[in-house]
Design a protein around this ligand. Sequence first.
Ligand code: BES
Ligand code: ZN
Length: 625
Amino acid sequence: MKFYYLAFVFLLFFSLTSCFQEDNKSDNETINLNNSTKNSSATDSHTLSNYQDVTITNSHLNLKVDFENKILKGFVTHDFIKKTDTNILVLDSKYLEIDSVTDGKGNKLNYELGKFDELLGTAVKIQLLEVSKKVTLFYNTTAKSEALDWLLPNQTAGKAFPFMYTQGQSIFTRSWIPIQDSPGLRITYSAHIQTPENMMAVMSAANPQKIVDLNSYNFEMKQPIPPYLIALAVGNLAFKPVDERTGVYAEPTMIEDCANELVDMGKMVDAAEKLYGNYDWDRYDVIVLPPSFPFGGMENPRLTFATPTIIAGDRSLVALIAHELAHSWSGNLVTNATWNDFWLNEGFTVYFERRIMESLYGRDYSEMLALLGYQDLTEEISHLEPTMQRLKLNMVGLHPDDAMTDIAYEKGYFFLRMLEEKVGREKMDTFLKNYFNDHKFKTIVTKDFETYLNENLLNASNATFNIQDWIYESGLPENCPKVISKRFEDAENLATEFIEKGANSLKLKTVNWSTHEWLHFIKHLPKEVTITQLTDLDRNFNLSNSGNSEILAVWFLQCIKTDYQPAFENLEKFLIKIGRRKFLQPLYTELSKNSDHKLWAKGVYQKARNNYHYVSYNTIDEILN
Ligand code: BES
Ligand code: ZN
């Protein structure tokens, strides 16, 4: 007994000291490597892990979904390969409780937690044995885990079952899995998820289509993906196919409406493949989540996560599905290696999204979307710091989610559109198809793209290009493409006519309007529009009760600006129900500009905050405090 005790103390002492030594060594190695073999611009500043020295290749999750305690509990096993002779594996974690670490054969491994960092979390430094090929971490999530949203039954459509989902992008995966949480790394994964009765689990992997009796589900993702794309949702879900390779998951009370809204999904995948090559992920499904989901959509591979606010009843908001689908190429197949290169994910995706929309619904339609994008972009540029107006960013010390501005999306889009207009569509399409194919399942930084662009498109062309301005300067270069939309010009003219003649005169002229014309019209009401005029509009078109969330959001914004009180009751309902940050942020910001409105907003927020995911309440906390 005594011997064992002594041996244990000795071992502990030995391994801890060697752990510290190794630690220093591994720091030195990183520095050396950065100076020699590795491209320093490819180093991700948003991970504490040593993913470039010891690299996870596959992860297996085994988790129980505990709705009572609102935690995930179980273990994760990582396979890794060593690229240097270090014996330390460093993982990212944030707000996790780690119980123990073993080497996969049951041998306990020593580990140490680093100092907590508000932005990046806590490094988990594991002392590997010489023969180690795997590590297993036993852990559970906590109430603070930022990725997770736990919903009570009354926050769902069916009101009978709880619901949970994860949001990994950009650096939240570490708050539900201890992992090397960098987009510069690709792993395959499998999972075993235990759920309560009558619940289905789905992941960014091969998915079940029915609720099973045994309350446990197995998953496999065979294609290597960055960790921010690992995703899980659990609820009382139903599935409905759209065609052979696409389908919809949603709560049973919503499944018909959702499937009906998304009937064109199959055609979208066909159109996308025609443009830029085969869809490489087998199935493409969408899950429509409860309204607290903080984004419009999230491109989790094989299974896009979507907000229910796109279910408008008239299929008018499906561009969002085209966008998330396009990420199956830009983002998921070719991934930004660091969050400084986020525009590589989003700019390409917006370009691809609009090409899909054009091939399904025509150029007129996609040009309306492009013009709305352009307006958002110029508006954003007018108040964004110059350093944040560059495509290539420097996000060191900042939260990568702050890169989610119209610069990455719309400036990125217009950059690619400028290239298209200069070289012609045919060349552009060949170039993009090859770009996706040549970088399949790889991660790249902006410089890699520049080199590829020069070698494969620009050098062969006689034209001159201002690529550096687009990528490294703020603002919009003077050769930014112009978008002209006849349908929007008509809508602007009607905004003027409305001021002169009243809402009744618009009745016949707007019968064929799409959602986008309405959006453009509301955004182009003159600043001086009066309460009487808004009353007139509302009486004629019932905008305060629109079933279309995009229309509601711009309409409510106008109502706040004009202090049109009759809309505030519905505005309150909207703010309490919907957790999509893109809608909430401008509304709360506008409300904060006036002290009476701000007081009112704080009252509403007290009732609403519980219905928001971390991503949204974190933003709104800042606006209201
Ligand atoms: N990948 C993004 C969502 C995202 C970005 C999450 C950055 C976390 C950090 C997704 O593809 C997206 O862009 N969603 C948009 C919709 C799209 C149509 C512009 C959204 O949610 O508004
Ligand atoms: Zn996107």
